[in-house]
Design a protein around this ligand. Structure first.
Ligand code: ADP
Ligand code: MG
Length: 1007
């Protein structure tokens, strides 16, 4: 009978740390999700503190999910998240699970492979990029967390992050950032721990720095126990008075430097060696002079390990080699011992507190080392040959036990076979390749690269060729090339693609050659290296022809057209698309045909004629719908919505925006949703639904940030900033435009690769903002710089929308009529060529203004009115109303003050509806100057009627003395949205406080 191990002491100290964690829990409960990281050396008490936090959370009514990373798992994608949330999901009944996952359970199976089942033959939406699919996965997971933590606040504990796999860390980074961002909901506290003693892995370090920088996470450094606390610990372990152990505790503190794990192991070994003994119910042996302390933690642990029986020791060795939580069933499958003796050994190990029962034991009994350091010591003591033998034994037994399901445990099998030495070589290779393939499918690109790189090294070392080996090699090369590409390591990716191509050429496999050329070409074109892309596409088309694959050649031709168009070789692009059309028709391939028509739409969208764009777009939409390729269908609708916007067809824009929204929702893609948001926001800005547009932007901007969609983010920021500009809100205009400007590196010069579709709009925004400040000369300068960039790439559409109009307007303010006329001639020319109704209306307006400013008011008035009418027809209501205000002035000059008043009242009405403060003020002044009375109290009568249903609802709630927060809760919107609505309500009603609004609602009622 071994000596009794002393009792498990309560938590010593840590009250400050716990108080701070408790405050974070309280904040999370109140909707402020946050992340706390506990850092410190091994054994200092991080896990223990996290456990105490979990207990505190449970007392507050939180659900707690605890997960742990293991050193052997650092390659297994999402392991720590699966460990934490798997049991929680498993406990749910299927219907609850369906509600929580909203039908995305097949996708979430990438993260929880053991819990949720992937749909058979589930594939990414065809045409979706890897980055988009990954964004979709992360987003879906975030929503799952949001829904879970809306039902019940959630504490997510992630222990030992220093061992977490790359995919888990990336996901953690994403989740923590999003949980922090306002408006994404949920009540979540993430509590991570990591050992910072042996160098923190750079991925973890980077994630931490970024999160701390954003204010999304906080780090707690956990210090060792003080001398006083060490004394307390000894006292509590042995239930002895302080006086008896003071000297001993002081020595122990010096020896262990207050590391509680070291303290515990030391005293346990002293007890087990009999130096500390219990006599008549009292512990004795505290004499500092006579005690011999173990030389190190390792010695202390080893001394204890050596004392267990042979059977128990064998089991402990096995557990150390398995390396993760140990399931009883696994031990049974691997050890070969009879059940009876396994159970006995487990009990012995538990009594010795070398193993502990796992907290989150689900169906199975699960065991864990009492501390990872114990595992390390046991494993190191094995020595290499014995460890190898055990890895081999485990690998073979697990493979047998998994049977057909072995491939879905490829990570684990690859790990053990790789370490099993000699004979297991082939198996190791196979499972490495399989793990890599699966990691790639699960968007764990770094893990995939690591697995496949090892596989490739082995293949190269083997130097075998032909037959099965060749097939394996091709698969590994392709997977690795993809992984490198996704990680942005384009040079490495290209080298791998090249190897694959050379192999294919040697084997005369021209189809593969063509596919590789296409991939490499697409990689270059995505990076803006169109010249190199075109070379690859040329080679690809030649290879596809050689393989006799017309469909493939046609697809490559479409890709080439896209690159040609991007660098302004439009005629050649047109040639490619037309010949693609012929082939697609000849092949009778509907999905290919849909792609061709979409390409036609995009070609004509930017270069005209618009009627052709529309005709092809309609065909593309129809064919894509028939072919059930939703992504293709989405992109056709999306482009059609833009076309509608360009050509001033509001009904068509609205229709295609709705369809794009529907498809983005069906596909479940947050990225597609964002692209749709952008069009919708600009559409609403044009027709004057500014409040709705701003509310939508408020959702879209954080989402774009979250998803790393820089191009879109910059553009949405610009469009939103320009709405604030219309509202006369200088501060918010500045915030939005400056963020966009920083994002695109607006001030940078030089002619490196440019993201034209973000850079040019950022110039547009900056020019508009400077105009708001009255810095017209700077506005012209920035605007013309933007024009030069657009010209370099031939993207005229960006010049028309809305760069030229801004440059022109500023030139007019500067009385530089020559410049205005020159730019306007160009605006008209390009707009005519594209069939751009809005551009033409703007051009008409400028000509009318020039007539007014340099000629006669009488001549100008009919021209101005026609232009305003054209802008209203688009509709682009804000600019139209501004023009009407100018018409008012021109009519006064022409002696028609009655007509002027009519125009001004009309403009006033629009400005009030939009909430455009500056314009309202200016219009009222003009009316007063005419001797006319401006509409009463900012058109209070028209005003109340002008409120949208939502605004009226909010006004009513304000009158009922509700706070913005309460209103937000009632209407299920953020309080930020409420305040946006409110400032618009104030503007529309011409009131300036909640009190005034309340009075107005009370006196006038609200329908
Ligand atoms: N503040 C404390 N009071 C009492 N025991 C502690 C305290 N901190 C740690 N321990 C004990 O020390 C051992 C190591 O702590 P643990 O939390 O596992 O360390 P870490 O996670 O930092 O490696 C555990 O047995 C734990 O119960
Ligand atoms: Mg720990």
């Amino acid at each position: 009978m071994p000596p009794t191990t002393p009792s498990h002491p309560p938590l010593i100290g840590r009250s400050d740390e716990l108080a701070r964690i408790d405050a974070a829990l309280a904040a999370a409960e109140g909707g402020q999700s946050h992340t706390v990281l506990l850092a410190g050396e091994g054994g200092v008490g991080k896990t223990r503190l996290a456990r105490a936090a979990a207990a505190a959370a449970e007392r507050r009514g939180f659900a707690v999910a605890e997960g742990r990373a293991y050193s052997v798992e650092s390659g297994v994608p999402y392991a720590v998240f699966a460990d934490a949330l798997g049991p929680l999901l498993r406990r749910l009944d299927p219907s609850a699970l369906t509600v929580l996952t909203r039908g995305a359970s097949a996708e979430l199976a990438h993260i929880f492979p053991g819990v949720l089942s992937p749909a058979r033959g589930e594939r990414a939406e065809s045409g979706e990029s890897a980055a988009e699919a990954k964004a979709r996965l992360y987003w879906t997971f975030l929503q799952l967390l949001g829904r879970l933590s809306t039902r019940q606040p959630l504490l997510l504990v992630l222990d030992n992050l220093q061992w977490a796999d790359a995919a888990s860390l990336e996901l953690l980074h994403f989740v923590a950032r999003q949980a922090h961002a306002p408006g994404l909901g949920g009540r979540l506290l993430v509590l991570g721990t990591y050992n910072d003693a042996e160098g923190v892995p750079s991925l973890l370090r980077d994630a931490e720095q970024s999160l701390v920088g954003l204010g999304a996470a906080r780090v707690e450094w956990i210090a060792p126990l003080s001398a006083e606390q060490t004394l307390q610990l000894v006292q509590r372990i042995f239930e002895v008075p302080a006086d008896v152990v003071r000297g001993f505790a002081a020595m122990l503190h010096e020896w262990t430097r207050g590391n509680p794990f070291f303290v515990e192991e030391t005293v346990k070994s002293l007890v087990e060696s009999g130096q500390l003994q219990q006599r008549d119910g009292r512990w004795t042996g505290w004499n500092v002079e006579s005690i011999a302390l173990p030389r190190s933690v390792r010695d202390a642990v080893l001394a204890r390990v050596d004392r267990v029986g042979d059977g128990a020791r064998a089991l402990l060795d096995l557990a150390a080699v398995l390396g993760t939580r140990v399931r009883y069933a696994t031990v049974r499958a691997v050890s070969g011992e009879p059940e009876e003796s396994i159970l006995e050994s487990l009990d012995e190990l538990r009594r010795a507190r070398l193993l502990v029962e796992s907290v989150e034991s689900g169906v199975d009994d699960e065991y864990d080392f009492s501390h990872p350091l114990v595992r390390d010591v046991v494993y190191a003591a094995l020595g290499r040959p014995r460890a190898q033998r055990l890895h081999a034994q485990i690998a073979a037994a697990l493979e047998r036990a998994y049977g057909e399901r072995a491939p879905s445990h490829a990570d684990e099998l690859a790990y053990h076979f790789t370490r099993a030495g000699g004979g297991a070589h082939r198996k190791a290779l196979g499972y490495l390749a399989e793990s890599g393939r699966r990691a790639l499918e699960r968007h764990a690109d770094r893990a995939a690269a690591t697995y496949l790189e090892s596989a490739l090294e082995q293949i190269d070392a083997d130097g075998e060729d032909g037959g099965e080996a060749a097939g394996l090699r091709a698969g590994v090369l392709e997977g690795l090339a993809r992984a490198r590409q996704r990680l942005g390591e384009h040079r490495e990716a290209e080298a791998l693609w090249l190897r694959l191509k050379q192999d294919a050429e040697r084997g005369g496999d021209w189809r593969t050659v063509a596919m590789v050329e296409r991939r490499v070409g697409l990689m270059h074109s995505a990076g803006g290296r169109h010249d190199r892309a075109i070379e690859r596409f040329d080679a690809g088309i030649a290879a596809a022809m050689r393989a006799g694959d017309d469909a493939l050649a046609t697809r490559i031709r479409l890709a080439r057209a896209n690159s040609l168009q991007a660098i302004g070789r439009r005629d050649e692009a047109r040639g490619d698309v037309h010949s693609a059309l012929d082939s697609a028709v000849a092949l009778g391939d509907e999905s290919l045909l849909a792609r061709v028509h979409r390409a036609m739409l995009l070609l004509h969208l930017w270069t005209g004629p618009v009627a052709d764009a529309r005709a092809h777009g309609e065909r593309a939409v129809k064919l894509a719908a028939d072919s059930k390729e939703r992504l293709l269908e989405w992109s056709a609708h999306w482009a059609m919505a833009i076309l509608g916007g360009l050509t001033g067809d509001a009904a068509s824009t609205a229709h295609h925006v709705r369809e794009s929204e529907r498809l983005a929702a069906e596909i479940g893609s947050p990225v597609l949703r964002l692209w749709t948001d952008e069009v919708a926001i600009e559409y609403m800005a044009g027709v004057g639904e500014w409040t709705t547009a701003l509310a939508r932007a408020e959702q879209a901007i954080p989402a774009a940030r979250a998803l790393g969609q820089r191009t879109l983010l910059a553009r949405v920021l610009v469009w939103t900033g320009l709405i604030h500009r219309g509202l006369g809100d200088v501060e918010r205009t500045r915030e939005h435009i400056e963020e966009a400007w920083r994002l695109v590196g607006g001030d940078a010069t030089g002619d490196g690769p440019l993201d034209v579709h973000a850079v040019v709009p950022a110039h547009t925004g900056m020019s508009g903002y400077l105009m708001l400040l009255g810095e017209n000369a700077r506005a012209v300068e920035i605007g013309e710089r933007g024009l030069a960039i657009a010209d370099r790439t031939g993207d005229v559409a960006w010049a028309i929308y809305r760069l030229l109009p801004f440059v022109i307007e500023n030139s007019l303010y500067l009385e530089d009529y020559e410049r205005a006329a020159r730019h306007n001639a160009r605006l008209r020319r390009e707009s005519e060529r594209l069939g751009h109704a809005l551009g033409l209306a703007w051009a008409d307006a400028t000509d009318a203004l020039l007539t007014y400013l340099t000629g006669s008011a009488v001549d100008a008035v009919p021209l101005l009115r026609a232009a305003a009418g054209a802008l209203e027809a688009v509709p682009f209501v804000f600019d139209a109303a501004r023009l009407r205000r100018l018409i008012g002035r021109a009519m006064v000059d022409a002696g028609d003050s009655e007509g002027a008043e009519r125009e001004l009242r009309r403009a006033h009405e629009v400005f009030v509806r939009l909430g455009a403060q500056r314009e309202i003020r200016a219009t009222r002044e003009q009316l007063r100057a005419l001797g006319a009375r401006p509409p009463a109290a900012a058109a209070a009568t028209a005003g109340v009627g002008a409120l949208s249903a939502r605004e009226a609802e909010i006004a009513r709630l304000v009158a009922a003395r509700k706070s913005n927060k309460e209103i937000g809760t009632t209407l299920d919107i953020s309080s930020r949205t409420v305040s946006t609505h409110l400032s618009n309500i104030f503007a529309k009603l011409g009131v300036s406080s909640r009190g005034e609004l309340t009075d107005l609602v009370r006196t006038q009622g609200l329908g």
